[in-house]
Each structure stands twice: as C-alpha cells, then as structure tokens.
Design a protein around this ligand. Sequence first.
Ligand SMILES: [Zn+2]
Length: 103
Amino acid sequence: MSEMTSREMTMGNVVTFEPKPTTDEYFGGCPHCGRSDGYVNVGREHWFSCGRHKTKWRAGENLFSGWRDENEQLWQHNRFMLAEYMTVEPIYSASTTQREPVP
Ligand SMILES: [Zn+2]
C-alpha cells in the first residue's frame, strides 16, 4: 500500500508544463510561437502574420507609410492570402505592455 502511494507521487511529479511563448516583436507575436513573419498591407491596414500557425493580427492603420506606394491589385492579393489565416490576439513582450501610452 505504501509502495503504491510513493509510485503515484512519483508519477505526479512527471507532469510538465508547456513554456509560455514570449516575444520581442514590437507589434506583437503569434500566440503559439511568439514569432512574426512581418506584415502586409490591405489598404491602409497593416496585418502581421505567422505562416507556420496561419495566424494574423491587425497592428493598426497608417502606422507605416509604405501602403501609399502600393495598389489595389497587391491589396487584393494580400486579402486572399490572409483569408486562410485566423485572426488572433497577439502576445506582446513585457517591455511593450509596460510602454507609456502614446498621447
Ligand atoms: Zn506561430
């Protein structure tokens, strides 16, 4: 009886936890791996994504001026690509979440 109890305790100690993903990505990272493949524009919206987990999140609008040099054809292409991705809540690095809000 005492032998069985000690074995159960040993098994209980084997439980491992998945490490929580962290990220250094300023505009957030994939909630599964903390990474970002960068962003594409759809009009003036900037969408970041993780190709490995097919996740996407919107960083905002008109933060980067590059979208002005693009065109509807490219945005349509980006829309099709992002349609396969799931919109998620990204994770942010500790330093980013503690950042002072921009006035
Ligand atoms: Zn990912």
